[in-house]
Ligand binder design. Structure first.
Ligand code: NAP
Ligand code: ZN
Ligand code: ZN
Length: 346
């Protein structure tokens, strides 16, 4: 066991504070990672504030982890000391169910072991990336390509894969029209990735405040959802609407923007249930669906794609003493476009 410094929420809704946690000894197939950067995902806030239901405390959030391997177990074959690696939302799964065998570990029949706010196979609570080091089985680690610096790569481990996976699954590419709803951490990566895939991209944001940024990130169009004319003008337009908003929306209004058989993919996970009338989908056989991060092979594929296209996240690098302030800013949609913690400051 190694004692490492971390930032933890001691209780639901309590501010995060510096503490120490124990990391398990490096096992046969484990790698020890010196964490360099950890992104702040809105999911960290939902969980630290128990917005999704009961959680485990103390909680060390963080599932956008980028670092360097500093030790490997004797059975490790994929990584060596000095390798630049990432860890996302999962650190283990059953490895035997159909989904695990298909590389869809995020849909493991037994439920994956989440990076934090979960219990590991050793029966101990898992602690996330707001810490100095983490020990992870090599099969749940991915390689960060040389072309990506670690700070802008960290958010790809959740925001990148969560947008890449459904965009790919729903056939986004040249000739397709995609709307990205919400220009936050996920949304800005959704814009970059959909643009790199060759699609025509429209941002649907609450206001035009971030229009210049949206166009610079790769959007072709930028419209405000506070303007009812937006919904009139864009009715029946999109092949895919990627909803990244952390709060409930008027689903019928966004579904009306889909062409026949278009798909609205909801990756945003509001804390309240949503309600829709089926009339919003039956007329045009529209698809209303959701998507949960991506599997380990697809996470590696996404990192390679981002490196090839020069896509890192737009980040605001902060010291650990600013985590609580960053949470408030994320809650106020005041993020451009991902807070990343320099873990040397923990
Ligand atoms: P974020 O950085 O806070 O971005 C969310 C964006 O949604 C905001 O920047 C804002 O964009 C818009 N928004 C916020 N409140 C709104 C409201 N009341 N009405 C309309 N628009 C609003 O959050 P994130 O880290 O990207 O995460 C977004 C959501 O995805 C969270 O619920 C998170 O838990 C979830 N998530 C899901 C997965 C998955 O696997 N499915 C993975 C990661 C995160 P504008 O200012 O442009 O309007
Ligand atoms: Zn996340
Ligand atoms: Zn499984």
């Amino acid at each position: 066991m190694t004692t490492v410094a971390a930032y933890a929420a001691p209780a639901a809704k309590a501010p995060l504070e510096r503490t120490t946690i124990e990391r398990r000894a490096v096992g046969e197939f484990d790698v020890l990672i010196d964490i360099k950067f950890a992104g702040i995902c809105h999911s960290d806030i939902h969980q630290a504030r128990e917005g999704w239901g009961k959680a485990t405390f103390p909680m060390v959030p963080g599932h956008e982890i980028a670092g360097v391997v500093s030790e490997v177990g004797p059975g490790v074959t994929k990584y060596a000391v000095g390798d630049r690696v990432g860890v996302g939302c999962m650190v283990d799964s059953c490895r035997e169910c159909d989904n695990c065998r298909a590389g869809l570990q995020q849909y493991c029949a037994e439920g994956p072991v989440w990076t934090y706010n979960a219990v590991g196979k050793d029966g101990e609570p898992t602690y996330g990336g707001y810490s100095e080091k983490i020990v992870v089985d090599e099969n749940y680690v991915v390689r960060i390509p040389d072309g990506l610096s670690l700070d802008v790569a960290a958010p790809l481990l959740c925001a990148g894969i969560t947008t890449y996976s459904p965009l790919k699954h729903f056939g986004v590419g040249p000739g397709k029209k995609v709307a990205v709803v919400g220009l936050g951490g996920l949304g800005h990566m959704g814009v970059k990735i959909a643009h790199a895939m060759g699609a025509e991209v429209t941002v649907l944001s609450q206001s035009l405040r971030k229009k210049d940024d949206g166009l610079r990130l790769g959007a072709d169009h930028y419209r405000a959802t506070s303007d009812p004319q937006t919904f009139e003008d864009l009715r029946g337009t999109f092949d895919v609407v990627l909803n990244t908003v952390s709060a409930p929306l008027d689903f019928a209004a966004y579904l009306s923007l889909l062409r026949t058989e278009g798909a609205m993919v909801n990756v945003g996970l509001p804390e309240e249930p949503v309600r829709i009338e089926l009339s919003a989908i039956f007329g045009n056989r529209r698809v209303l669906t959701s998507s949960n991060i991506g599997g380990i092979p697809e996470t590696q594929e996404m990192l390679d794609f981002c490196a090839e296209h020069g896509l890192g996240a737009e980040i605001e690098l902060i010291g650990a003493d600013r985590i609580n302030e960053a949470y408030e800013r994320v809650l106020n949609s005041d993020v451009r476009y991902r807070f990343v913690i320099d873990t040397a400051t923990i």
